[in-house]
Design a protein around this ligand. Structure first.
Ligand SMILES: Cc1ncc(COP(=O)(O)O)c(C=O)c1O
Length: 388
């Protein structure tokens, strides 16, 4: 018998959008500037300030930001880019889209992050860049990674999709490497529905990304002396954000501190609740100079023949608790990459362990500490009920 109210719904993610966001979108819709206008510019300015980067460029998603970052660093056919095996498929796909090869390395068992030693072993004469992914929001050991990457001349492109609000020795992830890319997909720390942001301290990279994001036009709308007249200086894309999205993003930035405080509080409560469950391993939320942005808490189950993750997840679902898996298959072991490069399970034992055993539990600001107690108690009950 479950002890909590079975009607209590605890979704994995639920964006918090209020009157301010609605009014901001209504204002955009009642004007004439629907895309690449002043709200995108303002969102970029405020985001850059927030993360302590010189530049920020709005994009249509984190994926397109990552793609533009690689292109701006000259990644193309014949190149290799080092990518952690345990990430969203977007991190691998953008390398493929550039015509380069993603070289996947296994992640660290203690954190789920890519480590400097694994990067060092994977470097060849063809390596052009490395893409640290701050797994679940805990920054990678950026000092150690840069100590390997910088002398080797590798661009460090940070995948910060889950890391908004994290901290690395007083610096924000994304502003540490050559470029950092953020996601504003609904379950993330802030949302613009779809959307992303690229940050960089490099003027040249910013220029290239801005141009390539918008068809490769030489002049943006506001820079044209003669209306409608432009030239095209490179092969570009349309990876822009709309004004309505940026308007929502600005409102969400105002709420970010509150969201982060709630996440931290929830994560602490949930980790305390999980601490006495022998069957559960959790990753640290602080380590050395790194402090997490608390995207979610992964409960990695010590599964065996008598305890299956699927059954536990089903049980939690029955109790109204939404969960996820970050990520369900290590990227190199997905059908596409397995077929393309012939990877084997044995090449990525830690990523395989996480993908097979992790349950991502919610700590978002749509939830409170009482919800965390319900989650921890329900997980205990689920493990007891599912053991056979
Ligand atoms: C680590 C990581 N990188 C990239 C992405 C892709 O982000 P987007 O949906 O904004 O393209 C995700 C999505 O969750 C992610 O988890």
């Amino acid at each position: 018998m479950m002890t909590q109210d079975p009607r209590r719904e605890i979704p994995f993610g639920r964006p918090i959008l209020g009157e301010a966001e609605k009014a901001a979108v209504a204002e955009v819709l009642s004007g004439h500037m629907l895309t690449h206008g002043p709200r995108c510019a303002e969102f970029e300015k405020r985001f850059a300030e927030r993360v302590g980067a010189k530049h920020a460029v709005t994009t249509s998603s984190c994926t397109t930001a990552l793609h533009l970052a690689l292109l701006a660093h000259g990644v193309g056919p014949g190149d290799e880019v080092i990518v952690p095996a345990e990430t969203h498929v977007a991190t691998g796909h953008v390398v493929e889209h550039c015509g380069a090869r993603p070289v996947f390395v296994d992640v660290d068992r203690a954190t789920g992050n890519i480590g400097a030693a694994a990067i060092s072993e994977a470097i060849t004469a063809r390596t052009k860049a490395v893409m640290p992914v701050h797994y679940l929001g805990l920054p990678c050991d950026m000092d150690a990674i840069r100590a390997i990457a910088d002398p080797a001349g590798l661009a460090v492109i940070e995948d910060c999709a889950l890391a908004l609000g994290a901290d690395y020795g007083g610096r924000h992830p994304g502003a540490i490497g050559a470029a950092g890319c953020f996601s504003f997909y609904p379950a993330k720390h802030i949302t613009t529905m779809e959307g992303g942001m690229l940050v960089t301290n490099d003027d040249g990279i910013e220029w290239t990304v801005r141009k390539q994001r918008a068809f490769g036009y030489d002049k943006g709308l506001g820079e044209r002396s003669k209306p409608g007249i432009y030239d095209v200086v490179m092969l570009g894309y349309n990876f822009r954000m709309s004004e309505a999205q940026a308007a929502v993003g600005l409102c969400q930035l105002d709420r970010l501190d509150g969201f982060l405080a709630a996440r931290e509080c929830n994560a602490a409560a949930l980790l305390a609740g999980l601490a006495d469950i022998d069957e559960v391993f959790t990753f640290p939320v602080e380590l050395g100079r790194a402090r997490s942005s608390h995207y979610c808490v992964n409960a990695v189950l010590r599964t065996d023949d008598a305890l299956e993750r699927g059954a536990v997840v089903e049980h939690l679902k029955g109790a109204g608790i939404g969960t996820s898996v970050h990520y369900p298959v290590p990227v190199p072991l997905t059908a596409y990459y397995r077929e393309r490069y012939g990877h084997a399970d044995a090449d990525f034992p830690v990523a395989r362990w996480i993908s097979d055993n992790a349950i991502s539990l919610p700590v978002g600001p749509h939830l409170d500490e009482e919800d965390m107690t319900v989650i921890a108690d329900s997980l205990k009950e689920a493990i007891a009920a599912c053991r056979h």
